[in-house]
Design a protein around this ligand. Sequence first.
Ligand code: PEP
Ligand code: MN
Length: 335
Amino acid sequence: MKSDATDAQVAAVLDVIKELGFKPHPMPGATRTAIGITGNQGSVDTTRFENLPGVAEAIRVSKPYKLITLDLRPDRTVVRVGDAKIGDDELAIIAGPCAVESREQAFAIAEVVKRSGARFFRGGAFKPRTSPYAFQGLGEEALKIMAEIREAYGLKIVTEAIDESSVDLVERYADVIQIGARSMQNFSLLKRAGRSKLPVLLKRGLSATLDEWLLAAEYIMAEGNYQVVLCERGVRTFAQHTRNTMDLAAIPAVRRISHLPVIVDPSHGTGKNYMVTPLARAGVAVGADGLIVEVHDHPDRALSDGAQALTLDQYETLVAEVRAIHEVIAPASVV
Ligand code: PEP
Ligand code: MN
């Protein structure tokens, strides 16, 4: 729409799109509103829209995805979680244990996360473990503990939903729905998250191409939830020196195509404590909007992912270092 288009003109265009049997996706930006159209099987005649009052231009998006693209929305998306943001000038830091194991453990970690200035606390309640015999998470009890952490420290809670019913629970207690690498192509879960009012943190699948990952984000957005954060967490390769290979080039690749914020997970991206800080630095240097990192008060006793957990001291050092790097890297200018 033109920058001076009125609300009534935007509404009239939405009506025309609906009359044609398609779904409109209005996305207000800093200067103008873009309206995406989905639900069409073939191409849509752009002249149908070009002459409507307030319309600046009708663009055919020839890529497999539409709503995630910079073609549709040249302004970068800033995901808002209350007064905290992901995708603006400030580096977003999401930190906490792989899994919430007890109230004491979660609070001991949250205190340090809060002190570091991070705005987000992560903690698994439902753990998608490779083995059915491994610790599966405390479930709703963990969510209740994190709701207390939110209350006590004002941290926003990021936690994984592994199926549609766990989305209901996450919505009740948390602030951001994490969709894990193993669930990236669980399409009914993606659609359910797309109908949520909460922002979604979408991890890249273990062997997902860039297009598959972006199309998973498109699934969420096609349902009407435009608050999506992408997260590079490493993919499976022949490398044996890491748990996963953290694909740093994915960050500029995403930023070239999409307006969505993209963060890195150097914990799952390496699987090794001593590699987390170097890869966190690198992720920020290549333009990530933030990072999600696993921290534990006693990594040696952790019930999951202890080998990659940072100690509280290591975490505080990491925060200082990545902030210093971020200051000299303005992400918007990286690509
Ligand atoms: C996690 O964040 O603890 C997790 C299970 O991540 P991923 O889905 O990336 O393996
Ligand atoms: Mn983990």
